[in-house]
Design a protein around this ligand. Structure first.
Ligand code: KIV
Ligand code: ZN
Length: 505
């Protein structure tokens, strides 16, 4: 099949179904509705909203999502039983995703059905769905470990009965790009109905395998935001979409500019952090530290940037560190309105590299401290928000409480807040106080221990967001987690306030 003839690949998002099966993730009704709205805005063709058979609560959520009048088609998952299908029909969805195991191991140990029983259940249940006037996507579960002649027989029976799409799940992620390509070609030769692909990431090949399946003729890809999903997860939507758009030059209905904000919403609501070096949406995906890179980037972004950050709703970030070059550090300082002269800049770069050579992480606070030392009091004058005093209280029978005294534009203010822990309480108190200047909220908080032991240096990386949606990241490293959090938060607030004032906002 000539992939150039395919105009558009359908994106079937299963964040709210397979993604919610991620160990430790459980979303509330409100969370799921918020994510569904974002997915529809993002432009996915199908939202698999959940598995109505799993609980009354889940059924209610799927029904609620189906009633939101979203642009995307809403789908519910069902096993091959009338009971499951009735529950999905009750939710008023557009489409039912029907699945039944077809591999010997799952037929025997998961459902205890023989081949004839699997075929008759498939036919009967597709007939039942179609009789109710709904679309049906059929998945022979664990397809990639099934016997090919039997799998073809099941797929042909599903096609003949009226399945609108046949989805091939690589349920335990055991394929490679080469084997899935051959596999899809073989299924392709047996049926006419469109083929979809559903890959899991057990060997880290879900995205590569999904793309290989597209090359072999699949016209729809199942994927999840941030690659959430059972065990190691599913194919990541953002990676699939960007590879289709930019490498394969194929279209999807997804608005790539909303990929990062969607990733952030899903990460916040699921509580699952995205690894820093994750493609497209990771903290470092558009960050450059080494001198040769930052030099290239500032002269011609194409040198080290295969994707323009704006295309996925992001901004380039130049990071100070021992590998950083003069241009990168200059750009970082300019971001917060500091323009050292050439001699000063050379000295700042030298001191940062010395610090890095000693094995120390260079934080924003370090960069500011060094710059301040090199160029005098300029930075101190630029501090809009400063910490005067802080007290936190926590324990078994006390609600974690923090009281904070800050100087804001030269005036002293104090506030107290409670939280789920001392860090939450103190960051809430800081945000409450800085509202006197501008509404700035914490958008992301990440904590990393740099060395082992209870005296480990904790690095806190935060992102703060102003009312216009501008986001700035800041970090701080200290042995005291509360103090590292406070310092990072105040750094971030200062950065965003200084930037906004310089731009006359
Ligand atoms: O991975 C899988 O096989 C599934 C099925 C429900 C299609 O998620
Ligand atoms: Zn799955």
């Amino acid at each position: 099949m000539n992939i150039k003839r395919v105009k558009r690949i359908r994106i079937f998002d299963t964040t709210l179904r397979d993604g919610e099966q991620t160990p430790g993730v459980s979303l509330t009704v409100e969370d799921k509705i918020e994510i569904a709205h974002q997915l529809s805005k993002l432009g996915v063709d199908v939202i698999e909203a959940g598995s109505p058979m799993s609980s009354e609560g889940e059924k209610k959520v799927v029904k609620a999502i189906a009633q939101e009048g979203l642009k995307s088609e809403i789908c519910a998952l069902a096993r091959a039983t009338k009971g499951d299908i009735d529950k999905a029909i009750d939710c008023d969805v557009d489409l039912i995703h029907l699945f039944i195991p077809t591999s010997p191991v799952q037929m025997k140990y998961a459902v205890n059905l023989n081949q004839a029983q699997v075929i008759s259940a498939t036919v009967e249940m597709i007939e039942y769905i179609k009789k109710h006037g709904l679309k049906c996507e059929f998945s022979p579960m664990d397809a990639t470990r099934s016997k090919m002649p039997f799998l073809k027989q099941v797929c042909k029976a599903a096609e003949k009965t009226g399945a609108d799409m046949i989805n091939i799940p690589d349920t335990v992620g055991i394929m490679t790009p080469k084997t899935i390509s051959k596999f899809i070609s073989e299924i392709r030769s047996a049926i006419e109905v469109p083929i979809s692909i559903h890959c899991h990431d057990d060997f880290g090949m879900a995205v590569a395998n999904s793309l290989a399946a597209v090359e072999a003729g699949a016209t729809q890809v199942h994927c999840t935001i941030n690659g959430l999903g059972e065990r190691a997860g599913n194919a990541s939507l953002e990676e699939i979409v960007m590879a289709l758009h930019m490498i394969y030059k194929m279209k999807t209905s997804v608005n790539s500019r909303l990929l990062y904000s969607t990733s952030r919403i899903v990460s916040t609501l699921t509580g699952l952090f995205v690894q820093a070096n994750k493609a497209i949406v990771g903290e470092n995906a558009f960050a450059h530290e080494s001198g040769i890179h930052t030099r290239g980037i500032t002269v011609k972004p194409l040198t080290f940037e295969p994707i323009k950050p704006e295309l996925v709703g992001r901004k380039r970030r130049l990071v100070a560190g021992k590998l950083a070059g003069t241009r990168g550090i200059k750009a970082e300082l300019e971001e917060i309105g500091i323009t050292p002269n050439e001699k000063q800049l050379r000295e700042i770069v030298k001191r940062i590299k010395d610090l890095g050579d000693k094995g120390k992480m260079v934080t924003d606070a370090d960069l500011l401290a060094i710059t301040s030392a090199v160029i005098g009091e300029v930075i101190a004058e630029e501090k809009i928000v400063d910490l005067c005093d802080l007290a936190v209280m926590t324990g078994i029978k006390v609600i974690p409480t923090a009281s904070v005294r800050l100087v804001l534009d030269g005036k002293e203010y104090s506030a107290a807040e409670t939280g789920v822990g001392p860090v939450d309480a103190v960051l809430k108190a800081i945000q409450k106080l800085t509202q006197n200047l501008e509404k700035i909220r914490l958008n992301e908080y990440r904590l990393e221990a740099i060395t082992g032991g209870s005296n480990a240096v904790a690095e806190v990386i935060i992102k703060v967001e102003d009312e216009k949606g501008n986001i700035i990241s800041a970090r701080a490293a200290r042995e005291d987690i509360v103090m590292a959090s406070v310092e990072a938060m105040i750094n971030g607030i200062n950065k965003i306030l200084i930037k906004n004032r310089k731009q006359g906002k």
